[in-house]
Structures are given as structure tokens and as C-alpha cells.
Design a protein around this ligand. Structure first.
Ligand code: GLN
Length: 493
């Protein structure tokens, strides 16, 4: 494997500036790695011609002294972001044949910064899932699976829904990837794959041109191999967008400049309610280790209380399906993608939706329409909205006493493809630590912090105040340095 695929973004940019290698060479090295990693099924669509064309243009800009902040950096794009002239599937059959004539704002921002598109990464169908097994394009296999690629002794999930993005970054196919996070889909796969995943504050990155799952929760963010890379990527993705009415008009700080390494005096909240029943001992031990690491460099751990945490999962699994059922109503066989003609208009809808949506998506539509129905709206949806507000207030109160909150990211290491599949509740429990920050719209990051007894990565999560990605990133980098996680997945060792 080419050494060029081992570089971080800052190193790659320095190498490009010194002319140690060209953007074409950097991109080619990643395209080779993608080809070698095909058994992982991390990409739905590879775009090598587009990548080389973008890399060539990047080399020209560099020669003319006109490079952008990410010029020449090869990036994988979760296939939930619309990309001009490249099919965008959302991992669903219902978007068969959909090729958007425009780019999402986030991808357009990345291309303006000089990023190079390698391809569209696999994901759970409409980003619904925690394991990347609900994709109509087949499951993604984690690069951490033991054995030879394609002849694994156990096929592990990469986490989800941004599983293709996480696998591509961990397997050194892409230097960075975009993900989206509605209830944990950036952070949980980052934890499973031993990489960094940042969900920014709701409103920090535009949702325009990203296929909608649950509009009040969806947020795009970077998936990278270091906190510094996450800071650089976020700078390229974030920003106000008049086309998204929930995007917030605030300047985008220089996130990398905020990585001072100094967390002295910062108060780190440890929420007592996150000690959930049945938390595996190794997760609890890692959490204590994280507290000790931060304390050793001058941060001050403080206990905080988030009393409504125990209602967060139930709240999320009402709000998210409700919004999904309404967002997915637009796939009717008339306007986008798949069409299965029937005798009447109603037949057309039924045939198309029956053929186009997978089991998990149908389950969410059923739950969503149920909780929004006239007879149950007050009992479920309205109640969930009230609890959601309480959860936000919990965080607001906690942030009176602390500057960032430290928790585990996920309740386990990666499981095998086939496990937890028949019981949706078991699958939903994966999100126990990630959904509260989503419901409150807060920035949160997962940093690789260690290995479980099974030799698989485990992440720690930091949650911050609204729009305080800088503190989240700064503390995360200190944690990253203390943890010194250097393990590589078997397929790139
Ligand atoms: N696992 C959660 C779900 O299935 C979160 C998904 C996401 O963040 N997109 O809804």
C-alpha cells in the first residue's frame, strides 16, 4: 500500500506544497487502495475519472498559486449528499436512476476548497441504522474484520449509518469522508472503526442537497483519522447557507488554530445518568481512563446530572420516524427514481413504494405515521417533543457547571453481520449515548480511545455547548494524544 494513503491532511497539504508529490499521485494512490478494498463494499459508486479530473485541476491551481484550504485532498462522500451528474442513491432502491443536476451545499463547499471526490460511500438505507446492513446495495464489511479481505473468519459491521464512510477512512481508501448524523451515525461508526467522527451543532453545516431523514436532527460532519483532520474538514464543510432556513449565520472559525493542546482549568462534566444498566466493564473502565487522562493535563472533572437521559432513546425513536415518514412521502414513483406502473395512481404509489423501500424504512414509516395519527399524536409525538425540550434543558443546566461533557460513544465494540438483526430494539440500543446530543442539537465528537478485549476499537465521546466545536475539538485532541491509538485494521497492517 502506498505511503501516500497513510498521510494526514495537513501532512498531505505540506507534501503537495513542497511538490513531493502531485494531487494526481495522491488521488491515484487512493483510487488503488479503493480498488484493493472492494470486498469491503464501502462504495456504492466509484468516480475515478471525476477524481483524476479534479486532481488535475488542483495541480493546475497549485502551480498558479491559487490553492484552496483542502486543495488536492481525496474525499469520500456519503451517498446521501447530492452530487452533480453522479447517481445519488441514499442506499435505497427507490432512488434508482436518480442523478441530481446539482451538488449539496456541503459538497459544493468542499469542492470550492479544492477537495477531490473519490466516490459515493455506502450507507444504511436513508441513513436508518447502526450497522450498515440495511443498504439496498448490500452490507459494508468493517476493515477490522479478522482474516484476509474477502475470506474473513468473521464479518464485522462498520457501524452505521455512515458505515461506508467510516470503512473507507479506516481502510486508508479516503483521507477523509463526509458523514451525516441524525442520532449517532457519524459517531458510532467512528467508534467501531477506530477513527474520529464529529457531529457539529445543528445548523452549522447546511442540510441543503442532503437527502432528508429527520430534518430537525440531521447534521453533516467530517469523518477522519485525526482530530486535526476533522478540524480542517469541518472548516471546509461548514457555513451559513440561505438555502437552508435552519443553517445559522455565524462566521466559521479557524478550527485548526483552536487546537492549542491546553485544557487546563476546563471543567469536564461526567453525567451520572450515563452509567446505564449493563454497561460492559471495559466501557466503564475506558471512560474512567478518559477522565484520568484529562485530569492529568489540568482539566477538572465535575459530576453533572442529565436526568432525562433515560427517556432519550424512546423520544428519538418517536421524533425521528415521525419526521422520516413525512420526508419519505415524496418518493411516490412520480418525481424521483424508481417507478412501478400500476393500473391506477394509487397502484403506482403502492407498487413503487412496496418495491423501493426496504424493511427498516417501512418499519420507520409505519411507526412515524402511527405516532403522528390523529388518535395518537398527543400521546406520542407531542409528548416526545416535550421530553425533547427537557433533554435540551438538562444540557443547558449542565453546561452552567462544565465546559464539555465526556461519555462513552457506544455501548459495545463492533458486532458481526447477522447479530442483533432480528430484534430492532437491540439495534436501537446502540444509540443510547449518542441520541441525547442529537435531540439537543449539540456538537459531539467520537475519538478512538482504546481496544476492547476482542481487539476492536472503542471511542469516547465529547459533547459541547452549541457552536462550541472549538472546545470540543481542543479537548478531543488532548484525549487523542493521551490515548495514542495507533492500531491499524488488519487489512492495512
Ligand atoms: N442509528 C440511528 C437510527 O437508526 C441513527 C441513524 C443516524 O444518525 N442517521 O436512526
Amino acid at each position: 500500500m502506498s505511503e501516500l494513503t497513510r498521510l494526514g491532511i495537513a501532512e498531505a497539504l505540506a507534501g503537495l506544497a513542497r511538490k513531493d508529490f502531485s494531487a494526481i499521485e495522491l488521488t491515484s494512490a487512493h483510487l488503488d487502495a479503493m480498488a484493493a478494498a472492494r470486498p469491503l463494499n464501502a462504495f456504492i459508486t466509484e468516480t475515478p475519472e471525476r477524481a483524476l479530473e479534479m486532481a488535475r485541476a488542483s495541480d493546475v491551481r497549485r502551480a498558479q498559486g491559487e490553492s484552496g484550504p483542502l486543495d488536492g485532498v481525496p474525499i469520500a462522500i456519503k451517498d446521501l449528499f447530492c452530487t452533480t451528474g453522479v447517481q445519488t442513491t441514499a442506499g435505497s432502491r427507490i432512488l434508482d436512476g436518480f442523478t441530481p443536476p446539482y451538488d449539496s451545499t456541503v459538497t459544493a463547499n468542499l469542492w470550492r476548497a479544492g477537495g477531490v471526490m473519490l466516490g459515493k460511500a455506502n450507507l444504511d438505507e436513508f441513513a436508518m441504522g447502526s450497522s450498515n446492513i440495511t443498504s439496498a446495495y448490500g452490507p459494508v464489511v468493517s476493515p477490522w474484520s479478522p482474516g484476509e479481505p474477502g475470506a474473513w473468519t468473521r464479518r464485522l459491521v462498520p457501524g452505521g449509518s455512515s458505515g461506508g464512510s467510516a470503512a473507507a477512512v479506516a481502510a486508508r481508501c479516503a483521507m477523509a469522508a463526509t458523514g451525516t448524523d441524525t442520532g449517532g451515525s457519524i459517531r458510532q461508526p467512528a467508534s467501531f472503526c477506530g477513527i474520529v467522527g464529529l457531529k457539529p451543532t445543528y445548523g452549522r453545516c447546511s442540510r441543503w442537497g442532503i437527502v432528508a431523514f429527520a430534518s430537525s436532527l440531521d447534521q453533516a460532519g467530517p469523518m477522519t483519522r485525526s482530530v486535526e483532520d476533522a478540524a480542517l474538514m469541518l472548516g471546509g464543510m461548514a457555513g451559513y447557507d440561505p438555502k437552508d432556513s435552519t443553517s445559522v449565520d455565524r462566521p466559521v472559525p479557524d478550527y485548526r488554530a483552536g487546537l492549542t493542546g491546553d485544557v487546563r482549568g476546563l471543567r469536564i462534566g461526567i453525567p451520572k445518568e450515563y452509567r446505564v444498566d449493563g454497561m460492559p466493564a471495559e466501557i466503564e473502565a475506558l471512560w474512567h481512563q478518559g477522565i484520568a487522562w484529562l485530569k492529568a493535563v489540568g482539566a477538572e472533572p465535575v459530576e453533572v446530572s442529565l436526568p432525562h437521559t433515560r427517556h432519550a432513546l424512546a423520544t428519538y425513536y418517536i421524533v425521528a420516524p415521525a419526521e422520516a415518514s413525512s420526508n419519505l412521502a415524496r418518493y411516490d414513483g412520480v418525481r424521483f427514481g424508481l417507478r412501478r406502473a400500476g393500473g391506477s395512481l394509487k397502484d403506482l404509489y403502492e407498487e413503487t413504494r412496496g418495491a423501493g423501500f426496504g424493511t427498516e424504512v417501512r418499519r420507520r414509516i409505519l411507526i412515524g405515521t402511527y405516532v403522528l395519527s390523529a388518535g395518537y399524536y398527543d400521546a406520542y409525538y407531542l409528548q416526545a417533543q416535550k421530553v425533547r425540550t427537557r433533554i435540551s434543558w438538562d444540557f443547558r443546566d449542565a453546561f452552567q457547571r462544565c465546559d464539555a461533557i465526556l461519555t462513552p460513544t457506544a455501548p459495545s465494540t463492533a458486532f458481526a453481520i447477522g447479530e442483533k438483526m432480528d430484534d430492532p430494539i437491540q439495534m436501537y440500543l446502540n444509540d443510547v449515548f449518542t441520541v441525547p446530543a442529537s435531540l439537543a442539537g449539540l456538537p459531539a465528537i467520537s475519538v478512538p480511545a482504546g481496544l476492547g478485549a476482542d481487539g476492536l476499537p472503542l471511542g469516547l465521546q465529547l459533547i459541547g455547548r452549541p457552536f462550541d466545536e472549538e472546545t470540543v475539538l481542543r479537548v478531543a485532541q488532548v484525549l487523542e494524544q493521551a490515548a495514542a491509538f495507533r492500531e491499524l485494521p488488519p487489512c492495512v497492517r
